[in-house]
Design a protein around this ligand. Structure first.
Ligand code: SF4
Ligand code: SF4
Length: 448
């Protein structure tokens, strides 16, 4: 066999096997449409095998053109174009007031001083909040997507997180460890992994990481000052199958579970640091003094995407975050400053298309408080949650970055990181393979 035929045979065989692997993985991922797509494309290498098998005029020339096309396309897509090494994450100039977030507003009770004071200060928010107050509410059995057992499970997770509340801070041992920053940093990262975190990053704690004023429970109206120099962020994975059924009840069950898992890791690590003789405070669901996505971004764990959530390199927004702030000296990580993710979000807009409450913007990033970013309509999002009873998560489930962390999807992620052309094509391909508005899957069998 001459060299061109041999090279083309090897290329087509590689492509053939790649497609079989992609179809197999898609079946396992419960994505039958994607599997059918990859099986259909087997026609391409099969056609090339036919070209190799039969005899016809100018065969070598035709095979050479096909070979060049294959490798030309591959090189073009993976060749680094559109990388912006100068890209720097913007630093917010203002701090967020926790009293303005929806969970805080939902805790305001009509007829109380807090309720009156808040809406005197923010009269424009009263009408918006009256809308969600008319709805059944999160985890209400009168909500449209109510599921008795799943809601009870989610509530159980939230109550277990509540039980950790007293553990976020505590007494510090009198004797300080002699271990070096390098040793402890390495130890914490490896241990966090063993405890169930998919990633762990460390940053210097900045003023803008902290809420300006507390907005939940006994922390309402509390002014936060920076007490610690370092912040450790942990991410845990949300189960792909549970999120595939979002906005159904499995979504809130899973997010509650992963709030608990990430919170448990933070509480455990904070306890550990206090035993080493340094202050440490865990920031867990319902008990944050910091804005977790901002801390995690600066700790190098990802970027903030169109839906306002942390987008991690291998799981996208399909994670939950917890944080520990401490005065234990640690080695800090560099932010990823990954322009490719911001650029992909600029092109993609899939979450905006799929959002049932139209809370996600289709536009480009805008300057808000001196920072270029996207901001979702939190009132629209939360009002929708209170009508269905779950925390929706549809944006998380449809995001192309939320696919499984495996070779198939990581190759696509690599291409996205590498090339602007690849990013444009990846958006179209994701729509073609998984649909622009993927159908929400039925609840996992065991939940029925
Ligand atoms: S769905 Fe698309 S636009 Fe939305 S966060 Fe994910 S990548 Fe960005
Ligand atoms: S959680 Fe649901 S309603 Fe809220 S932004 Fe995401 S898709 Fe929209």
């Amino acid at each position: 066999m001459e060299i061109v035929s041999l090279l083309l045979f090897a290329t087509a065989a590689l492509f053939f096997l790649g497609l079989i692997y992609a179809a197999f993985v898609s079946f396992k991922e419960n994505e039958s449409r994607a599997a059918r797509f990859f099986l259909f494309f087997l026609l391409d290498p099969i056609l090339v095998f036919a070209f190799l098998y039969f005899e016809y005029p100018y065969k070598t020339e035709i095979l050479s053109v096909i070979l060049i096309m294959y490798w030309g396309i591959a090189l073009f897509l993976f060749f680094p174009i559109g990388k912006r090494k100068d890209f720097q994450n913007p630093k917010p100039t203002n701090r967020i007031d926790e009293r303005d977030i929806m969970f805080s507003r939902a805790e305001l009770k009509e007829g109380t001083d807090r309720f009156q004071t808040y809406y005197e200060r923010n009269p424009q928010k009263k009408g918006l909040d009256d809308l969600f107050r008319k709805n059944p509410g999160l985890l209400s059995l009168n909500a449209s997507l109510a599921h008795e057992l799943a809601f009870a499970s989610a509530d159980a997770s939230f109550e277990t997180i509540g039980a950790l509340k007293g553990e976020v801070d505590g007494i510090v041992a009198k004797t300080r460890t002699k271990a070096s920053s390098q040793e402890i940093t390495k130890y914490i990262k490896s241990w966090a992994n063993k405890l169930g975190a998919v990633d762990c990053g460390i940053t210097l704690l900045q003023d803008y990481h902290l809420y300006a004023v507390g907005g939940r429970a006994e922390r309402y109206n509390k002014i936060y000052e920076k007490k610690h120099a370092f912040a450790i962020a942990f991410t845990v994975e949300m189960d792909h199958r549970m999120m595939q059924s979002a906005p159904k009840a499995s979504a809130i069950m899973e997010s509650a579970q992963q709030y608990l898992e990430s919170g448990r890791i933070a509480v455990q690590v904070a306890h550990f640091i206090r035993k080493l003789g340094y202050e440490a405070r865990a920031h867990i669901d319902g008990n944050y003094e910091v804005v977790c996505p901002l801390v995690a971004r600066d700790a190098g764990l990802g970027e903030i995407g169109r839906m306002g959530l942390l987008m991690t390199p291998n799981l996208g927004p399909r994670v939950r975050i917890s944080v520990v702030t401490t005065n234990l000296p640690l080695l800090v990580d560099a932010p990823s400053n990954d322009f490719s993710m911001i650029d992909f979000c600029t092109k993609c807009k899939k979450c905006a298309d799929a959002c049932p409450s139209q809370a996600i913007s289709f536009g480009n990033q805008k300057e808000l408080n001196g920072v270029m970013r996207w901001q979702i309509n939190q009132e629209a999002c939360f009002t929708y949650w209170t009508s269905i009873g779950t925390d929706c998560g549809r944006c998380v489930s449809v995001c192309p970055f939320s696919h499984h962390n495996n070779t198939l999807h990581n190759m696509v992620r690599k291409g996205i990181q590498n090339s602007s052309t690849f990013r444009s094509i990846a958006v179209e391909l994701d729509d073609l393979i998984y649909k622009r508005k993927p159908t929400s899957k039925p609840l996992p069998d065991w939940m029925n």
